[in-house]
Design a protein around this ligand. Sequence first.
Ligand code: ATP
Ligand code: MG
Ligand code: MG
Length: 349
Amino acid sequence: GQTIGILGGGQLGRMLAVAASRLGLHVHVYEPGAGCPAAEVATRTFTAAYDDTAALTEFAQSVDVVTYEFENIPTAALDVIEALRPIRPGRRALATSQDRLTEKAFLRDLGLATAPFANVESAEDMAAAVDEIGAPAILKTRRMGYDGKGQARLKTTDDAADALAAMNGAPAILEGFVVFSHEVSVIGARGLDGAVACFDPGENVHEDGILRTTTVPARLTASQRTDAVLLAARILTALDYVGVLGVELFVTETGLIVNEIAPRVHNSGHWTQNGCQIDQFEQHIRAVAGWPLGDGSRHSDVVMENLIGADMDRVPEIAKSGAALHLYGKAEVKPGRKMGHVNRIVQGS
Ligand code: ATP
Ligand code: MG
Ligand code: MG
């Protein structure tokens, strides 16, 4: 059978590997860190750095197609792989989403609503950005940020200097603070044949910058739900995308505003494992393997809760409750570390 290569061996890589294995596919994982969550599930694991050209070459030659569980893969590593095997989703999606400025400009040029934003690479840029956008606002590093890391909030324009200092010289964007009632996300998929399928939008609650829960169905009107799905489809098509993509949205009085996109399976899509016949992980593997997309319609109402750090103490009690537990097999519990999640079916439909 086919062999799928996955860059990154964290929990997303692990759950992708499980899905691929269920489809009878082999999985080779490439991950610099030893003892990663995906290694236990993979057929073969390459433990090597992203600048190890020989290891990258051997990895690429050992698989039929390469996908990834995170978007911050160094460009040089992608160049080595792309010369040998297809990368899905493609380079365009990666280049767009690796940099918040490129991403926001792409979304704006598609005609989608975003927070007002401005590029900040110097004190002069910052002054101009604050003039234009005002406060409250959020300064975010353009690259590498996740779980709210690399962000500084400006309550008033007086916070500008401190916020800029917190970037440590890294290029950033200043975003106007969006007043929203709640946050939702759409997990969309596009096949090699161009077919698009979206999962039902989920409603997300964050705590300390980290996703805490996703609830489906989200509180959305019928037209908001349609809008969310259509805008995700537009993003997928514009990027000539193959695979699963997460789109984070703010729900406001003036409509849906796109916060960010992630060119991969997404934490806010974990509910699909127990709420749909075909979950986001199988959908992604189907797409990158060139299979037809599956039926991702939602059959149950679900609340997904992340198990973060010391939440692991509650696992015996959760296990007794009979809810669907998904643990990532991480040896060490750390504060803020995603250790697993639980999907509770609230109501079958
Ligand atoms: P992730 O782990 O989702 O990749 P991240 O580090 O990329 O997170 P964002 O999604 O940009 O960070 O921001 C984290 C959270 O901060 C958002 O989910 C939202 O609650 C809040 N937030 C971000 N940008 C804005 C904004 N412009 N206005 C209001 N709230 C915002
Ligand atoms: Mg992000
Ligand atoms: Mg986010």
